[in-house]
Design a protein. Structure first.
Length: 80
């Protein structure tokens, strides 16, 4: 079973925002990824969109190929 639950780091403890659904004492593996503030996410997206507006026409084909390749990769079944 695998789930994503957000939490808040407090020293070496992570306070989860939802019940994990596991027994107390159950060993788990944790991957930490900081969340981006919604305002920061909007700023980054606007900056990206603004930079793409000036992308030369010949670069769109390359960008489209990269996006397509990454979409194919993300849909592959991963071992786990």
């Amino acid at each position: 079973m695998s789930r994503t639950i957000q939490g808040l780091i407090q020293g070496k403890t992570i306070a989860l925002e939802a019940e994990p659904g596991l027994a107390d004492g159950q060993r788990v593996e944790v991957t930490i990824r900081p969340l981006i503030d919604p305002d920061e996410r909007k700023r980054r997206l606007a900056a990206l969109a603004g930079s793409l507006a000036y992308l030369p026409e010949e670069e769109w084909e390359s960008l489209d190929a990269i996006v397509h390749e990454r979409q194919q990769w993300s849909h592959r079944e991963r071992p786990g």
